[in-house]
Write a protein that binds this ligand. Structure first.
Ligand SMILES: [Ca+2]
Length: 187
């Protein structure tokens, strides 16, 4: 027996609502590692030839973001986000295995007039390092970096830090960084 067009439309709408609900649910399952809403987030950071400050502009989550000015003070200016190895801070989990198919997502705004290559290195608690990812940051716009946790060939149950670095550009390169997060897939 053929379904009427009306019934087909209703089923399609119902299917779209289910998909939309799944999408919203996936969005809600993001675990924010760093949103830089509070000056206390400085304790998450270690820097090398980078001047960090928390500012009230360029936020993609909340009201504030991290301004990170990469300088020419080192061949590889770098910003590290440290995981919580004690397990006391669920916002900075060192164990990423519950997020096997989750992606690590970082929003970065390039506030310079130059095209910049930004590299992403992952380091576990045995100090094994995986440093194969990079994104090209076009001037004056957001770029979103994401990588599935399963594609990081380290002990992702014991992560130590995420490093964002670039080759020295011979000048100051201001970036804005916000909403570093682990995002669960849709179910
Ligand atoms: Ca924020």
């Amino acid at each position: 027996m053929f379904m009427t067009k009306r019934r087909v439309c209703m089923l399609l709408v119902a299917a779209l609502l289910v998909l939309a609900a799944g999408y919203v649910q996936a969005q809600e399952r993001a675990t924010v590692l760093a949103s830089f809403e509070d000056d206390s987030d400085f304790k998450l950071l270690t820097v090398r030839a980078v001047n960090p400050s928390i500012v009230d502009t360029r936020a993609t989550d909340g009201d504030r973001s991290l301004q990170a000015i990469y300088t020419d003070g080192h061949d590889f200016p770098s910003l590290w986000l440290l995981m919580d190895e004690s397990g006391n801070n669920p916002a900075l989990p060192a164990d990423w295995t519950p997020y096997e198919y989750v992606v690590v997502v970082v929003d970065v705004w390039n506030d310079s007039n130059f095209v910049i290559e930004l590299y992403y290195a992952f380091i576990d608690q045995d100090d094994n390092k995986f440093d194969r990812f990079k994104t090209v940051l076009l001037p004056g716009r957001w770029t979103q970096f994401s990588v599935p946790v399963k594609d990081i060939p380290l002990d992702t149950s014991r992560m130590r830090r995420l490093e964002l670095w670039m080759y020295s550009q011979g000048r100051d390169i201001p970036l804005y960084i916000d909403n570093i997060r682990l995002v669960a897939p849709s179910q």
